[in-house]
Design a protein around this ligand. Structure first.
Ligand code: ADE
Length: 446
């Protein structure tokens, strides 16, 4: 038997919920028992369950002795168990955490009577400013948050938590295999679902799903799940454990990215920065080419209108774009193969257009916030990628891109900085950091 005690100010919030189909069925089957304890039942008549929070400022907390008395009653009724507190400052509830907790609770077969595999969890639903922290310490409670927003109390979070973990209780969801293939159980979200009628509002069910060819359907579903995850849940995917084979599949789904290094339309001069051009440096070209190769950049454009600078790079590439460079260092040669020197941004854009068939979305980068251009954070890939256009990441040299150039971009990435006031990264360091933040894979620990 899996026993849940809910400690709350408002037990009535759970009444109907406990009677809903799957939860009710699990209780009828004798696998699950849910009880509520009303906090007000643990104070003497006319006494309060809350008290002002210590220190200045408004706010009430649930009194430690009242909450503790309710927990003790839960222990007395159904045996001791894990105490879970719902609070916005808790650990974020994820599918991974639900699966971990469910595995602890349901790994042993549950009997209809007290015995092997039994578990008791006590869910404490906070209200007001929360529960006096000493209760959490006293019961070594686990703190859970369902999201980075604040609700009026922990009752809905407790229901969310139960809905998420009870799906793993054997017999609750008809086909138990489906629970382990749910969105966020692995690196991918679920594929989109379709049902009858086959045609609705001019939209047809994808024909492959009606083909009866199971292998083809499986392939379509995997592909659709991957596309949806890359486009809409990249932050999740890139922090999940994935095989090197899947990493290659992810790379194919990410829209084409290009790096554009501007030596033109940039600000120069230390005292009074004015629009001008800057000189190329071969160390930037080397390092940015290597970063570009690491993060799957299709081409790295060095933009300089100056003939002497173009000539310098022509000589440089006489080595790196030929067998001389390949024989010297093959990895470096590979990285250099994506570099192209162009005399203007328009030429780079035309080249991207000819390679990708679409005008690129220009995403500027800047050490300072830019007014008048929509800014993107480093987890806003979905905004850029929903357009399905190739992406040109724009980097300025000198004192950065001119205001006109910045205003001509579609978006600007938020500046990168540490917790210091110093913000003078070299462009090659900024490119590496930005590529990692925008396109990097953050392998989780094992
Ligand atoms: N109580 C209020 N807001 C909450 C949240 N986001 N998660 C858990 N408990 C809460």
């Amino acid at each position: 038997m899996f026993t849940i005690t809910i400690i709350t100010v408002f037990p009535e919030l759970f009444e109907n919920w406990c009677k809903t189909s799957l939860i009710a069925r699990a209780q009828e089957a004798g696998q699950l028992k849910i009880n509520c304890i009303r906090l007000a039942d643990h104070v003497a008549p006319k006494q309060r369950i809350d008290t002002p929070a210590c220190g200045p400022g408004a706010g009430m907390v649930l009194k430690a002795p009242v909450v503790a008395a309710a927990i003790e009653e839960a222990f007395a009724r159904y045996g001791s168990g894990e105490v879970v507190f719902f609070t916005p400052s808790g650990t974020l509830l994820t599918q991974r955490l639900c699966q971990e907790m469910a595995t602890t609770y349901f790994s042993e077969p549950l009997s209809g009577a007290p015995g092997v595999g039994d578990h008791h969890i006590i869910l404490v639903c906070g209200r007001y400013e929360g529960v006096d922290d000493r209760v959490i310490q006293r019961y070594s409670g686990r703190k859970i948050s369902i999201g980075n927003y604040v609700l009026m109390g922990g009752d809905l979070p407790a229901q969310v938590f139960l809905e998420a973990i009870l799906r793993y209780l054997p017999g609750v969801v008809g086909d138990s295999r489906s629970v382990f293939h749910d969105s966020f159980s692995g690196p991918l979200v679920d594929f989109p679902a379709y049902g009858q009628p086959n045609e609705w509002e001019g939209m047809a069910v994808p024909p492959v799903l009606l083909s009866g060819d199971h292998a083809k359907i499986e392939k379509w579903r995997n592909d659709a799940a991957l596309t949806q995850t890359v486009k809409e849940h990249f932050s999740w995917l890139r922090t999940s454990e994935i095989s090197s084979e899947m990493r290659r599949s992810v790379a194919e789904k990410i829209p084409a990215h290009y790096v554009v290094l501007m030596h033109d339309q940039v600000l120069i001069g230390r005292k009074e920065a004015l629009p001008g051009t800057t000189s190329v440096t071969t160390i930037d070209v080397h390092d940015i080419a290597r970063s570009s190769a690491t993060y799957g950049i299709k081409k790295f454009y060095v933009v300089t209108p100056l003939h002497d600078q173009q000539e310098l790079l022509r000589v440089f590439f006489q080595f790196w774009h030929t067998d001389q460079g390949r024989n010297y260092n093959e990895n470096r040669y590979d990285a250099m193969s994506c570099v192209k020197v162009v005399s203007s941004l328009a030429e780079a854009e035309a080249d991207i257009m000819s390679l990708s068939g679409q005008i690129p979305l220009k995403i500027a980068t800047s050490a300072r916030p830019v007014d008048g251009v929509q800014s993107l954070a480093f987890d806003d890939q979905a905004i850029a990628w929903q357009t399905a256009r190739p992406v040109a990441l724009m980097f300025g040299t000198g004192q950065g891109m001119t205001a006109e150039l910045l205003q001509a971009c579609d978006y600007v990435l938020t500046p990168i900085h540490g917790f210091t006031g110093y913000n003078h990264l070299s462009v090659r360091a900024a490119v590496a950091i930005i590529l990692d933040r925008w396109l990097g894979y953050f392998e989780p620990s094992k």
